[in-house]
Design a protein around this ligand. Structure first.
Ligand code: SAM
Length: 324
């Protein structure tokens, strides 16, 4: 098992990769576990519940933009293209595009293998004419699309959900360069970015009153218990999310409610009261800065669509000259 990109059969991150990430991340200071491990099957299902929370404006706002622009997007993409979604989750937003676009193939890429397979099976039932080729992989490492996707087919990457915001600026640059190689010289990317706004709205979105985001974050500890035989007491930890205005990002942590020692695969980790494990960033964008980073990766920002309150933006990037 590994999380390196393979194309035809890409294994789930697997126990060993998760184990090394947890052992490595808990040994460093500050302690952290990468956000992609939040998404096992339970995490993927909880994420869908987060999307339905009233405070989580991101999903309904982005969906509204996509609904309003679906025909325009289909026109920009052109006929017979491949839609490649990075971090596809339940592919809910892709359904809007699948229905509006003339697709040769839909390629959902996600690290949460079981959820990906179930989603692909449902899409095949709902759209019997559509070719669906899921790839279970870490999208930071995907080097190529499945070999039977003809080079002559135009490739349109789709990266919704503000998932790009989970990447640090360096990771985001690396991702966009990789995406540029993957879609090629006549490709395009459609990306959902969350915009900078009143911190009160942001903080509420990641601290919903029903506590779903907290359950999603703490599921990481339950996952470590289930898959690695760790002995985290989930009741002794708390979800914490706040806006760092200087860096323009939400920061999400798991905070230890008391002094405690946790064992993971025979290694012990001592935590002080209030000590934190970082799990996630969610960067909020200034559209001009985003356009510059896309440009550095070899894309030209051709369209930027937003909602009336300018909470969220969906951008259409056309591939330009490849960066050197
Ligand atoms: C914020 S959710 C977005 C889901 C969906 N695209 C949407 O807009 O509703 C992020 C998705 O990306 C997946 N994901 C996160 N990091 C990933 C990685 N490094 N490689 C592949 N998939 C990843 C998660 O499993 C999850 O399904």
């Amino acid at each position: 098992m590994n999380d390196h990109a393979t194309v035809e059969r890409s294994p789930d991150p697997g126990r060993e990769v998760f184990l090394q990430a947890v052992l490595g991340g808990l040994s460093e200071r500050p302690r952290s576990i990468p956000a992609r491990f939040l998404y096992d099957s339970r995490g993927s299902a909880l994420f869908d519940t987060i999307c339905a929370q009233p405070e989580y404006y991101l999903t309904r706002t982005e969906t509204g933009i996509l609904e309003a622009r679906a025909a325009e997007i289909a026109g920009l993409a052109g006929p017979g293209c491949a839609l490649v979604e990075f971090g596809s989750g339940s592919s809910t937003k892709s359904r809007l595009l699948i229905e509006a676009m003339d697709l040769a193939v839909y390629v959902p890429i996600d690290i949460s293998r079981l959820h990906l397979d179930q989603t692909a099976a449902q899409l095949r039932l709902d759209y019997p004419e559509l070719r669906v080729q899921p790839v279970a992989a870490n999208f930071m490492k995907v080097e190529a699309l499945p070999a039977d996707i003809d080079d002559a087919i135009r490739r349109v990457g789709f990266f919704p959900g503000s998932t790009i915001g989970n990447l640090t600026p360096e990771e985001s640059d690396a991702f966009l360069r990789r995406a540029r190689r993957l879609v090629g010289a006549d490709g395009a990317m459609l990306i959902g970015i969350d915009l900078r706004k009143d911190p009160t709205l942001l903080t509420a979105a990641y601290n919903d009153a029903a506590g779903v985001t907290a359950r999603f974050t703490l599921n990481l500890l339950r996952r470590a218990n289930r898959e690695l035989g760790a002995d985290f007491d989930p009741g002794a930890w708390q979800h914490e999310a706040f806006y760092n205005a200087r860096l323009g990002r939400m920061e999400i942590y798991i905070r230890s409610l008391r002094g405690q020692t946790v064992s993971v695969a025979g290694r012990s980790f001592a935590f002080q009261p209030d000590e934190r494990i970082h799990t996630e960033y969610s960067y909020k964008y200034d559209p001009h800065e985003f356009a510059e980073s896309a440009h550095r990766a070899g894309f030209r920002l051709a369209e930027l669509w937003t909602d009336p309150a300018e909470l969220f933006a969906v951008v259409w990037l056309e591939a330009g000259p490849a960066p050197r």
